[in-house]
Design a protein around this ligand. Structure first.
Ligand SMILES: *Cc1c(COP(=O)(O)O)cnc(C)c1O
Length: 342
């Protein structure tokens, strides 16, 4: 029985087409900025978002950490949601790399509002508290279950940032999921944010790579910061080729992942053993069992069918659909969910 791995959209392997793009890539030394394929990928994304520059990073964490470094000075404070990836899942990098603290906001499904941002800015002349210099948003939210921001709220957050002279960074690890789900234009995002990180290795299905996109003024030191973090890579055009291929071939199809996730949410909602399914907006389904004590039996029932999902703790179970989750697997999985008895 073929394994169905729904733990994350990072488990995908390159498709045939992507593999061809990788092996046929024209490469050079990217630390000298001489890799034509990396340059092509960076130009493509900068243009797509209507921003000045883009820079290829090995991971999303490194791209976010570089952005934080570019926007802040040691002892500054950034504002983010309490569930933010930059705070919870980057190993404490904000304090280690940039010497900044995070002011955590109690948002909704990983999203914060303009008034919450405003309330959490420390008065700049009050030297007892850290100086607020940056706001980090996440779209779609990871721990928030793939929820998407209302674009009007982001516009209001930008106004607050302008009024208080704060930088605005978007952790867009799954931004393409939001763009497809809400039919939004990347250029509109480029107009509002100072920096945007977009992962190629999540729903888009490359083996690795995240691009940090931004305007000239903020990106001035980006190459140096990437070097300091150890992220300058040589013939990495092989991976950039996978990125170019993914942007050309794997963006529109994210709608299929969203459709399947929504169908999984519907089927879960009909099951006796499920107490709640969070609204499914993109490719992530978060749900809770009626009795938390049933979790081991539920996970074991899936394991027996060679199906893997994530247990995020506190009763939170997570399913993520992706490129390697086929229609055939989908039908099998839905049937398994319908047949489980706890
Ligand atoms: C996956 C992810 C990242 C980056 O993770 P890496 O594993 O370092 O590539 C950043 N932010 C969010 C919201 C993510 O889901």
């Amino acid at each position: 029985m073929k394994e169905i791995d729904l733990r994350s959209d990072t488990v995908t392997k390159p498709t045939k087409g992507m593999m061809n793009a990788i092996v046929n890539a024209e490469v050079g030394d990217d630390v000298y900025k001489e890799d034509p394929t990396v340059n092509e990928l960076e130009e493509k994304l900068a243009k797509m978002f209507g921003m000045d520059e883009a820079l290829f990073f090995p991971t999303g964490s490194m791209a976010n950490q570089a952005a934080i470094k570019l926007h802040t000075q040691p002892a500054d404070q950034l504002i983010c949601d309490k569930w933010a990836h930059v705070y919870n899942y980057e190993g404490g990098g904000a304090s280690f790399n940039s010497g900044v603290s995070c002011k955590l906001v109690d948002g909704h499904r990983g999203m914060i509002t303009a008034s919450q941002v405003e309330e959490n800015i420390n008065p700049p002349d009050f030297y007892h508290s850290p100086l607020t210099t940056l706001v980090c948003l996440e779209n779609t939210t990871n721990k928030g279950g793939g929820a998407c921001y209302d674009f009007e709220e982001i516009k209001k957050i930008r106004q607050v940032c302008d009024a208080h002279n704060l930088g605005l960074h978007l952790d867009g690890a799954r931004l393409f999921n939001a763009l497809v789900a809400k039919k939004e234009d990347p250029k509109e995002y480029g107009k509002l944010f100072d920096t945007i990180s977009v992962c190629l290795s999540k729903g888009l299905g490359t083996p690795l790579g995240t691009v940090l996109i931004g305007n000239k003024k903020v990106m001035k030191n980006a190459m140096r910061v990437r070097k300091v973090l150890g992220g300058g890579m040589r013939q990495v055009g092989f991976m950039a080729a996978a990125g170019v291929y993914a942007l050309d071939n794997h963006v529109e199809r994210l709608a299929e992942d969203h459709k399947r996730a929504s169908e999984i949410g519907d089927v879960l909602g009909e099951q006796e053993y499920v107490s709640e399914v969070e609204p499914v907006e993109t490719n992530i389904v978060i749900f809770y069992l009626k009795r938390m004590t049933d979790e081991p039996a539920f996970m074991e029932a899936l394991q027996k069918q060679n199906i893997r999902i994530s247990n995020m703790g506190q009763g939170k179970l997570r399913i993520v659909t992706h490129l390697d989750y086929s229609e055939e697997m989908h039908h099998r999985f839905l049937n398994v969910l319908r047949e489980i008895k706890l």
